[in-house]
Design a protein around this ligand. Structure first.
Ligand code: SF4
Ligand code: SF4
Length: 295
């Protein structure tokens, strides 16, 4: 079995407890306006082109089977519509101007890479996190991989937006130690405004995971003018969960602008950033409801 991923990050310290390796799966069912991983939204492979790095060497023209690259009047032109994501040009690009997001990997290829840092996991109470995009859109592969990780004594985390069929959760739940669960809004209309979709399924699924007695760490992106008025409602909802271990508020940042440009995607990133005092106020609200808040 194989899966499509767009990054493997070693020594990650924000994707669950301890030192971890995080695998980012391609494809996401939501369209969050503040998405900082636009390369993870579409399932298909995508070539990012960083124009400012191109040195017009022409190597990409030589290897592209679809003539997607040309140099006209001394300037490199990339015709995205012709690209089928083979990755040939990324390998030869002398300016590091090209990055292909969307590599096919098998479990046998991935597992040894994830086991490389086993010693670091053991010394830090860390492990492996499956993330995205939305990893549970490829739940069969995730279940197989998580099973093998557990057979090797590795702590496992699944980072999910929760907007997946319950069957996808059922497949991974026996092999998952903790779910890192995103909560973007409690009110359905706000959730639709922020992500394009209702949150009914997301609220049902977190209650379902809780009913299975699985540890849950909730992560709330804090985005001024979008979901900043939702913290108290989310807190009221979360206080009734039995297996919530902690809540983490993630301050919105807009570092992903150049990625949108490189992928020719419409940049939807909000302009307003949260202040430190807004973040502290949000944490205070969560603590008021007895929730364990970590930074
Ligand atoms: S990824 Fe392949 S098809 Fe796409 S531009 Fe590069 S060489 Fe051409
Ligand atoms: S190979 Fe890279 S640096 Fe060379 S022309 Fe193509 S995009 Fe530019």
């Amino acid at each position: 079995m194989s899966a499509r991923i767009f990054e493997i990050k070693r020594f990650a310290v924000h994707d669950g407890d301890g030192i971890r390796t995080t695998v980012f799966f391609k494809g996401c069912p939501l369209k969050c306006v503040w998405c900082h991983n636009p390369e993870g939204i579409d399932f298909k492979p995508e070539l990012a082109y960083y124009e400012n790095k191109c040195i017009n060497c022409g190597e990409c023209i030589r290897v592209c089977p679809n003539n997607a690259h040309t140099i006209e009047k001394g300037v490199h032109i990339f015709n995205r519509k012709k690209c089928t994501g083979c990755g040939n040009c990324e390998e030869v690009c002398l300016g590091n101007a090209l990055t292909l997001y969307g590599e096919e990997v098998t479990e046998d290829e991935l597992l040894p890479k994830l086991l490389e840092d086993k010693e670091f996991y053991e010394n830090s109470n860390g492990g492996v996190t499956l993330s995205g995009g939305e990893c549970l859109m490829q739940s069969d592969f995730c279940a197989e991989l998580l099973k093998k990780l557990k057979e090797n004594g590795i702590n496992t985390a699944v980072d999910t937006c929760g907007f997946v069929p319950q069957q996808a959760i059922d497949k991974v739940i026996p092999y998952t130690d903790v779910f890192l669960y995103d909560m973007k809004a409690y009110d359905e209309d706000i959730h639709i405004k922020c992500t394009g979709y209702s949150n009914k399924l997301i609220l049902e699924n977190i209650k379902y995971i809780d009913s299975c007695n699985k540890a849950i760490e909730v992560r709330i992106p804090y985005v001024p003018d979008y979901n900043s008025d939702q913290i108290e409602k989310i807190a009221v909802f979360l206080k009734d969960l039995n297996n919530l271990t902690k809540v983490r508020i993630l301050p919105y940042h807009n570092y992903a602008g150049s990625k949108y440009t490189s992928l020719a995607k419409k940049n939807t990133l909000p302009t307003q950033l949260p202040t430190d005092s807004e973040m502290e106020d949000a944490r205070t609200i969560l603590r008021k409801y007895g929730l364990k808040v970590v930074e």
